[in-house]
Design a protein around this ligand. Structure first.
Ligand code: FAD
Length: 337
């Protein structure tokens, strides 16, 4: 059902940066609203790697991505920010103090300021160019994300790719899958050295079959149910690996989608911002998290959190013109009961 909602700050994207922006806005007495194209909050953490531990969240030596999202939910609960989920923001118009967003479901949101926390935009996997791929995707024989390790118990899994995801998931699934084969076009992996060394160990012990230097060539099966994956060398040498599931990990495509049409300056699919405020080239419109760029930017969750704080402070004079903002620690202010 389409809604029309008015809020102080409309937040586009409910990944970790967008979620924390609700907290920062709330602490400065600004209402906010979250909009996300996905049906659940958490962005990449929820959609791509909920069961993976994250090790660089301050004060959490290790926290599973899904737990981080759950804790952010608890932290922002006092502010009761409404959410429009399963809705992509398609339009942005107006000026600072009076902006309007529209979604693909016909919602209209009016806001004093906008925070774009859209991550990689409408993120999607890079799909391998294989005949009949759609049918195998439809049955789950070809998947691009591991939501639950248990889904792969007893399965013959073929993983393709040479980066962190390929290596991490090969290691994480080897104890539940019936077999794991890793296809990569070169012997060297672009993964964290420690994980690459663990992959070598697993290969040496026979726990993982390394299929290098090979590339994906074709899929075998019937009615979308995979039975084998054909691989080939650059010289055309082919072989077929038995398989129930293929997991291609060729990275995410960065597609800002409608955001690229809003008249904001773009830099290689990112939104350049003023580092001190996170304001984009459009007054009243701010960008934080993975989508924002400036010299020295790190695409890390912790950086998105700090950008949320900076953007909220910069937005305060737009929402509360003429009111001085006295910097206060959360320990002095407390949070709403
Ligand atoms: P995202 O999490 O990408 O969320 C953006 C949201 O915006 C999405 O939910 C998307 O649906 C929504 N959106 C986009 N466009 C629109 C639109 N037009 N309308 C509505 N909604 C829209 N980072 C770390 O700091 N430490 C790690 O250890 C770590 N490990 C990682 C492991 C993996 C496998 C991956 C893939 C990433 C990892 N990252 C890690 C990166 C981290 O997940 C990202 O930096 C973080 O998710 C960025 O948060 P964000 O809120 O900016 O964007």
């Amino acid at each position: 059902m389409a809604d029309t909602i008015d809020t102080d700050v409309a937040i586009v994207g409910a990944g970790p940066a967008g979620l924390f922006a609700v907290f920062e806005c709330g602490m400065l007495k600004m209402s906010s609203l979250l909009i996300d194209a996905l049906d659940e909050v958490g962005g990449q953490c929820a959609a791509l790697y909920p069961e993976k531990p994250i090790y660089d969240i301050p004060a959490h030596p290790a926290i599973d991505a899904a737990d981080l999202v759950a804790k952010l939910e608890t932290q922002i609960a006092p502010f009761g920010a409404p959410r429009l989920l399963g809705r992509r923001v398609v339009g942005l118009s107006g000026e600072a103090g009076a902006l309007t967003l529209t979604t693909d479901k016909g919602d209209r949101v009016t806001a004093r300021a906008v925070i774009i926390a859209a991550g990689a935009g409408a993120f999607g996997p890079n799909r391998p160019p294989l005949d009949g791929l759609d049918a195998y995707e439809a049955t789950g024989s070809v998947q691009y994300y591991v939501r639950r390790r248990e889904d792969f118990r007893g399965k013959r899994v073929v993983i393709a790719g040479g980066g962190d995801s390929a290596v991490d998931w090969a290691l994480a699934l080897k104890d539940v899958a019936a077999s794991i084969a890793v296809i990569h076009r070169r012997p060297k992996f672009r993964a964290a050295p420690e994980m690459a060394a663990r992959l070598d160990e697993a290969a040496a012990s026979g726990a993982i079959e390394m299929v290098v230097p090979y590339q994906l060539h074709g899929l075998e099966g019937e009615a979308g149910m995979l039975t084998g994956v054909t691989v080939a060398t650059l010289q055309g040498e082919q072989k077929t690996l038995v398989a129930d599931v293929l997991l291609p990990f060729f990275g995410l495509s960065m597609d800002l989608g409608p955001i690229a049409e809003w008249g904001l300056a773009l830099e290689r699919h990112h939104l350049p911002v003023v580092p001190a405020t996170c304001e984009t080239t459009m007054p009243g419109v701010f960008a934080i998290g993975d989508v924002a760029t400036y010299p020295g930017k790190l695409k890390l969750i912790l950086q998105g959190f700090s950008e949320a704080a900076m953007a909220a402070h910069a937005i305060h004079p737009i929402v509360h013109p003429g009111q001085a903002l006295h910097f206060e620690y959360s320990t002095s202010k407390g949070v709403p009961g």
